[in-house]
Design a protein. Structure first.
Length: 277
């Protein structure tokens, strides 16, 4: 086990996988040690690019008592965060509910909070942190408690449909708002002048490109709101980074002290008998 743990710390995943196979083949292992070897091997398999096989192994180890079962449950939650974030966050929350004395509660609480923040559920992330005793910095608390800064893409698109550039300004992109307003105003002016002078060809060309830029302005407003929200989520998650506890790992085993050797009994010789006079 010491070599396996050292390979895991060094992130030598191929070496860890190879050593786990060798240990299983050559050693008579206790159930506890075998479960630890299987867990480390599953981590190595995941990092080597076979997440499905790793996930199946973690599902098998999930019911194992002790740290291995807890680590397997957290690994499954981490895998689901990459597939369905809300499902993964729910698994972290389930760990906190079903394991009130779990060894890795701080890590699960942090991951659940970060997952909610990444999905934009700022108030829920703040509630999650407070409920699990996760101490937030003042900056993180301020950012999580102000969800009103999120911009709705549909609102941005509707505003730019009424006045080009208004949606970009709503999404706090003033330069894009000025560009959208200027370009659409130029095309609108050109169309008006062409219609006044009855230059129908020029009117058709200006109208063709003008309509394209008009709808592009609407799409750009919605995209500006999405980019604003993504940057805001990234800022919130970065504010949580200093709070990250150490990643979960198998606890170090205390080496057993060798038993002192049994004292060798000393054979006592019979007392010498003095000859009688």
């Amino acid at each position: 086990m010491p070599l396996l743990n050292e390979l895991a710390r060094r992130e030598d995943w191929q070496g860890l996988h190879t050593e786990a196979i060798r240990v299983r083949f050559h050693g008579a292992l206790s159930p506890e040690t075998l479960a630890e070897v299987d867990y480390l091997d599953a981590v190595a398999i995941r990092e080597l690019g076979d997440p499905q096989r790793s996930l199946a192994e973690m599902e098998r180890l999930r019911s194992t008592p002790g740290p291995v079962g807890e680590l397997a449950e957290l690994a499954i939650a981490e895998a689901w965060v990459g597939i369905l974030p809300r499902q993964g966050v729910g698994m972290y929350q389930g760990y906190l509910t079903t394991r009130p004395d779990g060894l890795y509660r701080d890590w699960a609480a942090y991951q659940a909070t970060v997952g909610l923040a990444q999905d934009g559920y700022f108030s829920m992330a703040l509630t999650q942190a407070e409920a699990t005793g996760l101490t937030l910095s003042p900056d993180a608390t301020l950012m999580l408690s102000d969800p009103g800064r999120f911009k709705r893409p549909l609102v941005a698109a509707a505003l730019s449909g009424g006045l080009p550039g208004a949606g970009q300004l709503y999404a706090r992109q003033p330069q894009e708002a000025l560009s959208a307003l200027t370009v659409n105003a130029l095309f609108a002016t050109g169309m008006i002048l062409a219609a006044r002078d009855r230059q129908w060809t020029a009117l058709g060309v200006a109208g063709f490109f003008g309509v394209g830029f008009y709808f592009g302005n609407i799409y750009g407003a919605a995209d500006a709101a999405i980019r604003h929200n993504r940057a805001l989520r990234d800022d919130v998650v970065r504010s949580l980074d200093p709070l990250a506890p150490p990643p979960p790992s198998l606890p170090e085993r205390v080496p057993r002290q060798p038993r002192p050797p049994e004292p060798i009994p000393v054979e006592l010789s019979p007392p010498a008998v003095e000859p009688s006079p």
